[in-house]
Structure formats: structure tokens, C-alpha cells
Design a protein around this ligand. Structure first.
Ligand code: TRP
Length: 450
């Protein structure tokens, strides 16, 4: 069999889109976006984030698909082939693999909280109802080493089991059911949120930008999050692109995936903020936000506990469909570059990732605030991946497509978007200049140069 015949291929365009949406839509949308928007002034953050998605995220997603599809290879080999064997460009691929490794180590801890909340829903949150008691409940979960370790292990186990058995049958099928179910659930909860007294205030908070709340750190965070939420800058979309047929339209696909992803993030805000404002909570509650807000409503609405079980199961599945693609980046690297078999390439990296995640799982209990800058291990890893590794990966991806890749190959990839040829030049200039300058400016600011 030839190399490309052995490699998987998406059965259909919809299968590909759902897998990419499954990767993109995850904890980043429902857990992370609402709390970082809350911490960074609401509307102004949302606005900058939207600009980042459209001006930087979508153009880079097109780049990743183009690199993956034109080489039909996993990222390190893709950079190798297209650069004619340059070590520096291969290192960009390796940076992506490392980012996936670090991200999965703490992503699994948060997914573990979601799993624990499925269990807690069955106990009716141990009888807690008001904002105070439910907030304390999260504190108790976060600071319990046993709970964190147990669910971290369970979630890594589930992720490993699926990647072990191959992704296509299981996860593609699961995505087809889970993704629409997630949307349906979000709309039902939105209907509930619309009836709450805090909805108006929430709407204003999310959609009316207040420029005085703009901070450089917020801009950095918005840019970092636009890479995070679209699964960019670490070779994940490249890998998925490498399983794609020649005639799939990579431009419309990128737009569609990004729009769906953004919709889920905004829906999550419109569901959570009305609860927060109706119950006099603080939108700056940090990583516990979704766990402190949603249970208040569930504990009071009809069939609330059933909704709660379903909501946290869906959150777990959204996380799982992302986690699988994260582990797949590391697994396919060890298969392709180290020559390991699929099973050892799954279980060994997964075990190492689990161990590396242990300090994150203990960041609420035994290892609080121990690293320079006062951040605990968990926050430091999140900061490292979201604000450094992913933007750097994205920056180099844009530079690579803009300046290093053969322009004819790039054009041929873009040509899959029938009727969008007039946009080629605009896109290409965005990739060459807008994306690199935006990312560099943010970096220079961070290191204090301007
Ligand atoms: N996009 C995912 C989320 O929003 C997180 C993520 C970032 C990711 N990079 C990834 C998932 C790479 C899979 C692969 O939750």
C-alpha cells in the first residue's frame, strides 16, 4: 500500500466539518470564554476577540488546511517536506506537538470537574441551592486532591481508549450526535436565560464595548484565545487537513467552523451571564464560573437535575472530542517520527501527559501559587500554551505560507474555494503581513518593548 492509501480519509465533507467543529468546540467555548470575557471587561473583550477570529484566526486556519492537505502528512513531516528539510521549520511542528502535550495535561483536569458535576447532579448538588452554597461547592471540589486526581485519570483513560481504537468510527459517529445535541441544549438553556431578570444587563455586558476597560493584557488574551478556541497553532487542523480530499473547499470550511465555534462561545455567555447578574454574582469568578453559575438555575428549574446531568455530560463530550484530537497530535507524531506502533504511541504519551497533569490537578490543594508571578502550576501552563506557544505556532504558520511555501501550491489549495478567487490576494496579504504584525506587536508589548 502506498503511504497515502494507508492514511485515513474523511468519508464526507460533513464528517470532516463535524470532526473539526468537535476539535474547536470544547471547554474553550463554554468554560473558558465566559470567564476570561468577564475578567477583561466584557463587551470590549468580545469585540477584540471577534476581530481576532476574522482577521487572524480564519486566515490561519486556511493556512493549516493548505499545509496539511498539500502534504498529506502530520505536521512535523509536513513542514519538513515543504521546506526541503529545514530543521528550523521542523521545530515549528515540534513546538505544536509540545503545545498539544501541555494543553491536554490541564485540559483533562477541567474536563474532570465536568465529569464530577455529572455525579454531583445526581446528588442534587448535595442539597446546595443558593449562589453561596453552590459557589462553596466548587471551592470544595477544586481544593480536593482526591477528586481532581480521580477524574483526571478517568478522563485521560476515556481519551486513551478512543485514540487507541482509532478515531474514525467512534468519534466521528459520536460527534454527529453530540454536536447537534449540544446546540439543542444550549438553545433550550438560552430560552430559560431570556426569562431571567438579569438578561438585559447580561446582554449589555456582552455586547456593548466599553473602551475604558481595554487593557493590553486583554488584547493579548483575546488573540491567544482566538487561537485556542479554533484549535490553531499546534498542528491539529493541519493533521485533520491531511485527511481531506482534494476538492473540499478549505475557505468556506474555515469560515463555517469558526462561525459555529463563535456562536457556541457567545451562547455560553448569554446563558451564564443572566444567571450571574440575576443572583448578584461576580463575573470575575475565574475558572469556576460555569460550575458556580449553571447549578443555581438547575437547582431551581423544573426537571433541573435531569437538565444538569445532560448539560455536564455534553460538556464532558465537548471536551472529549477536543481531547482526542489533542492526543492524536502527539500519537501521530510518535508513530510517524519515532516509528512506534499505534498502541504504544497512544498509551505511553497518555501516561506521561497524565503525570505531567498531576501538579495541575493539585493546584487547588497541595500546590497553590508556587511559581514565579504568583500563578499556580495550572494557571502557568494555561498561560504558557494560550499566550505563548499557540500564538508563536500561528505566527510561524502564517510566515511559512506567506513566504516559504511555493506560491503555486498555495494558489492551488485556495482554488478549492470555487468563486472565491477574487479574495485570494486579500487573504494572502493578510497572511503575509496582518497576522505576523498583529502577533508580533502583541509579543513586543508583552516583553515591554512598546
Ligand atoms: N479548541 C479547543 C477548545 O476550545 C481547545 C484546543 C486548542 C484544541 N487547541 C486544540 C483541541 C487542538 C484540539 C486540538 O476547547
Amino acid at each position: 500500500m502506498t503511504e497515502s492509501a494507508e492514511r485515513g480519509h474523511w468519508g464526507s465533507r460533513i464528517g470532516f466539518l463535524l470532526a473539526c467543529a468537535g476539535s474547536a468546540i470544547g471547554l474553550g467555548n463554554i468554560w473558558k470564554f465566559p470567564y476570561i470575557a468577564g475578567e477583561n471587561g466584557g463587551g470590549i473583550f468580545v469585540l477584540i476577540y471577534l476581530v481576532c477570529i476574522f482577521a487572524v484566526g480564519i486566515p490561519i486556519m486556511v493556512c493549516e488546511f493548505a499545509i496539511g492537505r498539500s502534504t498529506q502528512s502530520s505536521p512535523v513531516q509536513a513542514f519538513d517536506k515543504l521546506s526541503g528539510g529545514s530543521t528550523g521549520w521542523k521545530a515549528v511542528g515540534v513546538l505544536g506537538v509540545l503545545a498539544a502535550f501541555v494543553l491536554l495535561s490541564f485540559y483533562s483536569v477541567v474536563a474532570g470537574w465536568a465529569m464530577h458535576y455529572v455525579y454531583l447532579s445526581f446528588t442534587r448538588f448535595g442539597g446546595a441551592t443558593g449562589a453561596g452554597a453552590i459557589g462553596e461547592l466548587f471551592g470544595a471540589v477544586f481544593s480536593n486532591p482526591g477528586i481532581n486526581l480521580f477524574w483526571h485519570l478517568a478522563f485521560m483513560g476515556m481519551t486513551t481508549a478512543i485514540v487507541w481504537g482509532g478515531v474514525s468510527g467512534g468519534i466521528e459517529k459520536a460527534s454527529r450526535i453530540m454536536m447537534p445535541a449540544l446546540f439543542l441544549m444550549l438553545f433550550i438553556l438560552l430560552a430559560k436565560a431570556l426569562t431571567m431578570p438579569g438578561f438585559g444587563k447580561a446582554f449589555v455586558f456582552v455586547f456593548s464595548p466599553d473602551a475604558s476597560k481595554l487593557t493590553p493584557a486583554g488584547v493579548l488574551e483575546a488573540l491567544g484565545h482566538s487561537f485556542f478556541t479554533l484549535s490553531l497553532g499546534m498542528g491539529a487542523m493541519m493533521t485533520y487537513g491531511s485527511y481531506m480530499a482534494d476538492d473540499f473547499d478549505i475557505v468556506r470550511s474555515s469560515v463555517l467552523i469558526s462561525v459555529l465555534d463563535t456562536m457556541v462561545a457567545l451562547l455560553a455567555c448569554l446563558i451564564m451571564y443572566p444567571i450571574i447578574f440575576s443572583y448578584g454574582m461576580n463575573p470575575q469568578a475565574g475558572p469556576g464560573l460555569v460550575f458556580k453559575s449553571m447549578p443555581i438555575v438547575f437547582s431551581q428549574m423544573p426537571f433541573g437535575m435531569a437538565f444538569s446531568v445532560v448539560f455536564f455530560i455534553l460538556l464532558t463530550f465537548a471536551a472529549l472530542s477536543s481531547a482526542i484530537s489533542l492526543l492524536e497530535v502527539v500519537t501521530s507524531y510518535t508513530i510517524d517520527n519515532w516509528g512506534w506502533g499505534r498502541h504504544s504511541a497512544t498509551i505511553i504519551p497518555a501516561a506521561v501527559i497524565f503525570l505531567f497533569g498531576v501538579p495541575s490537578a493539585l493546584s487547588g490543594s497541595w500546590l497553590p501559587a508556587t511559581l514565579p508571578g504568583g500563578k499556580n502550576f495550572f494557571d502557568s501552563m494555561d498561560y504558557l500554551v494560550s499566550n505563548w506557544m499557540m500564538p508563536l505556532g500561528g505566527l510561524f504558520t502564517a510566515l511559512f505560507v506567506g513566504f516559504r511555501m511555493d506560491v503555486e501550491v498555495v494558489k492551488k489549495e485556495f482554488a478549492s474555494a470555487k468563486g472565491l478567487q477574487p479574495f485570494f490576494t486579500g487573504w494572502f496579504y493578510t497572511v503575509k503581513f496582518v497576522c505576523p504584525i498583529a502577533v508580533t506587536a502583541v509579543f513586543l508589548h508583552m516583553v515591554g518593548l512598546f
